[in-house]
Design a protein around this ligand. Structure first.
Ligand SMILES: [Zn+2]
Ligand SMILES: [Zn+2]
Length: 214
């Protein structure tokens, strides 16, 4: 992917500008795509240091449901092992991914994220979604562009079937449950829990993932 495309895709994934993103990948960005704490993969950090002398943050580590590096399958890290804080939450200053803890100065590794918040969905569904989202980010998930709802309908498969298969795969009874597994914000409205957005990107991707297999 050309650098310009990558920048445009990243901006699209971070904004609610559906039109731009729709053109790029035929799905929409509605939900916040970044976790509250910056996360890093220790293997990516090592590779960056060897190659560039500095380590950078990667967008695909920041998706809220993500617990692993899609490239290395390493558990992500988000907090200092000594002070247990994530300096990046405090927004004290901008750091690079290889820097020491900004709060206590501790050098060396961060606490693995997976110890604090394990994957919430079945492993197969989780890895499959992570792989698809990662390939989409790189512009390599070409099957998303050719997803054809009309062709499915001609085979007697409706989007309701696809959604139902998605919920089964994720071991959920409702969209709200699936959203919770994907760490998508759910808000209370007149006492009823409902999704903040109609079609958050990762939900849509999870459904597409199943639809593509049908
Ligand atoms: Zn990595
Ligand atoms: Zn610290």
């Amino acid at each position: 992917m050309a650098a310009n495309d990558a920048v445009e895709m990243r901006n699209g994934m971070r904004s609610a500008d559906m039109h731009k993103y729709h053109q790029l990948n035929q799905f929409f960005a509605w939900d916040p795509l970044e976790a509250p704490n910056l996360r890093r993969c220790p293997t990516c950090v090592e590779e960056d240091l060897a190659r560039y002398g500095v380590a950078h943050w990667r967008l695909h580590h920041q998706w809220p449901f993500t617990r692993h590096c899609a490239e290395h399958r390493t558990p992500l890290q988000q907090a200092c092992v000594r002070c247990k804080k994530s300096p990046f939450v405090e927004k004290v200053a901008i750091q690079l991914a290889h820097d020491d803890c900004l709060l206590c100065g501790h050098h060396a590794h961060f606490t693995p994220l997976i110890d604090e918040s394990p994957v919430k969905g079945p492993a197969e569904a989780y890895w499959s979604l992570l792989d698809l989202a990662f390939r989409a980010l790189k512009g390599e998930a070409l099957e998303i562009r050719s997803f054809d709802e009309a062709a499915l309908r001609r085979r007697g498969i409706t989007m309701d079937h696809v959604v139902s298969k998605t919920l089964t795969r994720w071991n959920c009874r409702s969209g709200v449950e699936l959203a919770a597994k994907l760490d998508i914000v759910v808000q209370e409205d007149n006492g009823a829990r409902k999704l903040k957005n109609a079609s958050p990107l990762m939900m849509k991707l999870a459904v597409l993932n199943c639809g593509l297999e049908m």
